[in-house]
Design a protein. Structure first.
Length: 341
């Protein structure tokens, strides 16, 4: 949904009370929020869809608390799908394995006594991941005009809004057509941007991962070895990505790793095959990025759990629409409230 359209719809649904009407069918028993990185309030990152400011995270948690939502661990959220505890709940998750999950997110989560799950990619810890999205952000940040000649793409981005738009547009194009990646990598390399150095700067170290895993509010989950689109991989590759990542994390943390997040998580990145492999590898649950709340039906589809993205530009109106299920209703054309594979 275009940001301007989303803002208009959100304010309208909130102010008119329409979201409350939608909530009767689409709100569900609880929800899982997805985040990635938490940054300082005065920091600017073009990859704003992956970055949430510390202040924004704190304000969002306070808003959710004021709405009567209880912060629970993913394990507790799954238990509540049986309906024995009717209080609405929120599970918070972070993807990839950013060091700021420890340094910036954890103190805020402690303030609200909010459990959270961190889904960690092996390559972030070993510094072997292809952090092209970090290179893209650095490239957009340094340029007033972005060109990918090999892909015949160009963007004017002299200011913050257009830099954010450019990052999102290119990221979306890559996710839709991974053949664009070589052109992007070439542009990053030609600008002397070192993606490995960016990963080293942003990612958790093994010691930081262990410190995070020991915290009573934290659960560590799997997120593959190299962060590929699993649906585009062979079954054997998908299995290896999941199994080796799980073994690595268990070895580093000394704890069982039972939860998983599919990289990208949308309908073109994971489906029934990936859910089956995930079960067979030994993960007890898996989350997607399909938009929607948790319903009783998800107790029988624990490897296809939907999530709501917590964005850096969320407002009271967008949050209201997320927890009431307005975006799910629109996305499904007011059809099935239960997001499925």
């Amino acid at each position: 949904m275009h940001p301007l359209v989303r803002t208009t719809v959100s304010i309208g649904a909130h102010v008119t009370g329409f979201s409350r009407v939608v909530a009767a069918r689409y709100r569900g028993r609880g929800m899982i929020f997805a985040l990635h990185s938490v940054v300082d309030d005065d920091a600017f990152y073009p990859d704003h869809t992956l970055r949430c400011s510390a202040g924004q995270l704190a304000r969002t948690l306070q808003w959710l608390k004021d709405e009567g939502l209880e912060f629970v661990s993913l394990d507790e959220g799954i238990r509540r799908l049986n309906g024995e505890n009717p209080r609405p709940f929120v599970c918070v998750t972070f993807d990839d394995g950013y060091a700021d999950n420890l340094t910036r997110a954890l103190p805020i989560m402690e303030r609200f006594n909010a459990p959270f799950t961190v889904y960690v990619t092996t390559g972030m810890i070993t510094r072997e991941i292809d952090g092209w999205w970090l290179g893209l952000a650095a490239l957009v940040r340094s340029r007033d005009r972005m060109e990918l000649p090999g892909a015949r793409l160009s963007f004017e981005c002299p200011d913050i809004p257009r830099k954010q738009h450019t990052f999102k547009a290119i990221e979306s194009l890559v996710h839709g057509d991974f053949s664009l990646l070589p052109h992007l990598r070439e542009a990053i390399a030609n600008s002397s941007i070192d993606c490995r150095a960016l990963v080293d700067q942003d990612a958790l170290s093994e010691d930081e991962l262990r410190r995070l895993a020991r915290h009573p509010l934290v659960t560590i989950g799997g997120h593959t070895t190299t962060h590929p689109n699993l649906a585009r991989a062979s079954a054997s590759t998908a299995r290896r990505e999941m199994a080796e990542n799980r073994a690595f994390l268990q070895d580093v943390t000394g704890q069982p790793v039972e939860h998983f997040a599919y990289p990208f998580g949308h309908e073109l990145a994971c489906g029934e095959r990936e859910a089956r492999i995930c079960r067979e590898v030994g993960f007890r649950t898996a989350v997607t990025t399909r938009c929607g709340a948790l319903f009783a039906e998800h107790a029988h589809a624990l490897h296809a759990l939907p999530r709501l993205h917590l964005a850096g530009d969320d407002t009271a109106s967008t949050l209201r629409c997320k927890i009431d299920g307005v975006y799910r209703a629109i996305q499904s054309r007011f059809g099935d409230p239960v997001a499925r594979m």
